[in-house]
Ligand binder design. Structure first.
Ligand code: CMP
Length: 138
């Protein structure tokens, strides 16, 4: 069993597709073992995306991520990091496969509806960034 962090970004929450995203996870046999809705501060967004701090899109990305509420979830399942990334589709929705969340709902490379951890090490950091162990109920 593996765990990963999933975020529904401000554009996804504004589009009212929280349920749609969760339905796709559950249909794929993925379990939601923790969930909360929150509005990130600029500092919190910068801390979460610290690996991208030298990238040209960092300021815009962190401002976007603080522009409205988000939903954070811990997902659990076999090979869930890769499974979640397959369900999300490529970062740039223009390259995302048909039937993926980003292909269906993203409007640009930044406003791409969802985030998912890309490896076990990042998943461990990202899950701990949002949830304490007591908040994760498998
Ligand atoms: P995410 O998977 O959350 O990881 C970093 C985010 O930066 C990415 O999704 C996009 O929302 C955003 N982003 C904006 N521009 C780019 C870019 N050129 N390449 C990658 N990510 C970008």
């Amino acid at each position: 069993m593996e765990r990963t962090l999933s975020l529904i970004k401000p554009d996804g929450v504004a589009k009212n597709i929280i349920g749609e995203v969760i339905k796709r996870f559950e249909t794929a046999g993925i379990k939601v073992v923790a969930m909360k809705k929150l509005h990130l501060s600029q500092k919190q967004a910068e801390g979460f995306y610290a690996v991208h701090k030298e990238r040209p899109f960092f300021k815009s990305l962190t401002e976007f991520m603080t522009s409205g509420p988000i939903v954070a979830m811990v997902l659990e399942g076999e090979d869930v990091i890769a499974k979640n990334r397959k369900l999300m589709g490529a970062t740039n929705f223009k390259n995302a496969e048909e039937g993926t969340i980003r292909r269906d709902y993203a409007t640009d490379i930044e406003k791409n509806v969802v985030h998912g951890s890309d490896a076990p090490e990042t998943a461990a950091f990202e899950i701990a960034y949002f949830f304490s162990t007591m908040e994760i109920v498998g």
